[in-house]
Design a binder for this molecule. Structure first.
Ligand code: FIX
Ligand code: ZN
Length: 416
């Protein structure tokens, strides 16, 4: 078959299927952090997305759910979402995609046979197979220096699996300074509850030490929907006096994930977080006031997506990324990717996976590739309709930028 006989659509879909991925935000740990690693069917079923969907059927209370062992929780999720109802939600379908890609028989609905399969995989074998099935080259994990287990592991100078790139996660410091400063004092940093000059100096020392230890590809924090910048809060001062100067000095992008409302239902724990509209003017001020800093921004509310695209047009130091959390569904990815391509062309990062369980890489990337591929195909078809030559070389260049190149350019590093 000659090249011109193959439709533009088919060539674009193939390029997206073949694309190698850099996944710029996940919660996956390299094997050095073994006790924190989540993998296999019981971890898949007890993912907080599925916990929320299960409890809302009224089959148990949140407290009743958490009282069960992990295996019992998984049994309940399986029964409620997969046996008593059809598993059509994105998170539920994801489990089936994973089972199917591992060659397991989803029609058997036999949970114990799935358990048996995953129990037979060593951590190394499991990791290698997932990376291969997802066609992910490398991923970014957000390591939290305020988590005791993570902290202790880092202090042993672990040699990370090269596919796992660290990002330095600062949620505790930026969102709960009142409790964080106690820890920092305990660790030998001379900080106060009021973020004064001495405290800023000590926080900068803390950040520099962690950057030296981790060699992160960026610094990150999620931020609540009422995030305002600048304001009189400890957070604002920590951002402007500590995080941004150090990030600039070290050439590190700063990723802000904005719009979460933590624990609107506290009993649901990690499944109890929600989303709300945030103030874009604060993002605008960050980009205006700190032109030498590079910002990776994602927002959780659907309502913020258009404004964020418009803002990205104004600031080359702002890279919009991902369809985060409740936006990581086919319908939202389709809408948002169309909007971004219309307003920004290829200068954006369409997706990250936010995987918590190793196996998530498989379904999250397969589902995202499918939608993004279709959206891209429509855009290239319109180009072709004008007489523009859409070469395979151009398609593959653009796709490589979206799924990794744009991130590595922003990070100022070679894709590894
Ligand atoms: O703050 C974050 O990084 C969020 O992605 C998580 O806290 C959230 O629980 C999640 O897993 C969303 O996908
Ligand atoms: Zn996340």
């Amino acid at each position: 078959m000659r090249l011109r006989d193959i439709t533009v659509r088919a060539r674009v879909l193939q390029a997206v299927r073949d694309a190698r991925i850099t996944d710029i935000h996940t919660h996956l740990f390299s094997s050095n952090f073994e006790s924190l690693t989540l993998r296999g069917i019981d971890d898949l079923l007890t993912y907080h997305y599925l916990v929320a969907e299960t409890v809302r059927w009224g089959v148990t209370t949140p407290e009743g759910f958490w009282k069960r062992s992990k295996r019992e929780q998984a049994d309940l999720v399986w029964k409620t979402l997969f046996i008593d109802h059809s598993p059509v939600s994105e998170a539920a379908k994801g489990v089936l995609t994973v089972l199917n890609r591992f060659g397991l028989d989803t029609s058997s609905r036999n949970l114990d046979s799935y358990r048996e399969f995953f129990d037979g995989l060593s951590a190394q074998e499991h990791t290698d197979r997932v990376f291969e099935l997802a066609a992910v080259d490398n991923l970014v994990m957000t390591y939290d220096p305020f988590n005791e287990v993570e902290r202790k592991t880092w202090q042993q100078h672990p040699k990370l699996d090269a596919r796992f790139k660290p990002a330095l996660r600062l949620d505790a410091m930026l969102n709960e300074w009142e409790s964080t400063e106690d820890y920092m004092r305990f660790w030998g940093y001379d900080v106060n509850d009021y973020v004064d000059i001495k405290t800023c100096r000590e926080v900068r020392r803390f950040l520099e030490e962690w950057i030296d230890c981790m060699d992160p590809v960026y610094i990150a924090s999620s931020l609540p929907s009422d995030f305002a910048f600048p304001d009189a809060s400890a957070r604002s001062r920590l951002i402007s006096e500590c995080v941004l100067p150090i990030a600039e000095e070290r050439g590190l992008p700063v990723a802000f994930m904005i719009g979460v409302k933590r624990r609107v239902n506290t009993a649901l724990k990690s499944a109890g977080d929600s989303a709300a509209i945030s103030d874009l003017a604060s993002v605008e001020r960050l980009c205006q006031l700190y032109p030498s800093n590079k910002f990776l921004i994602t927002m959780l509310a659907r309502e913020n997506q258009h404004g964020l695209c418009v803002l990205s047009r104004k600031f080359s130091n702002l890279m919009v990324f991902g369809c985060w959390w409740f936006l990581n569904t086919p319908s939202m990815i389709e809408e948002i990717t169309h909007m971004r391509l219309d307003l920004l062309g290829f200068s954006m990062i369409p997706q990250h996976s936010d995987s918590r369980v190793l196996d998530h890489l498989i379904y999250k990337w397969e589902h995202s590739r499918e939608v993004i591929g279709e959206v891209l195909a429509q855009h290239y078809e319109k180009l072709a309709a004008t007489g523009w030559t859409v070469s395979d070389e151009d398609i593959r260049r653009d796709v490589a930028d979206l799924f990794g190149g744009n991130f590595w350019s922003l990070a100022g590093r070679q894709a590894q």
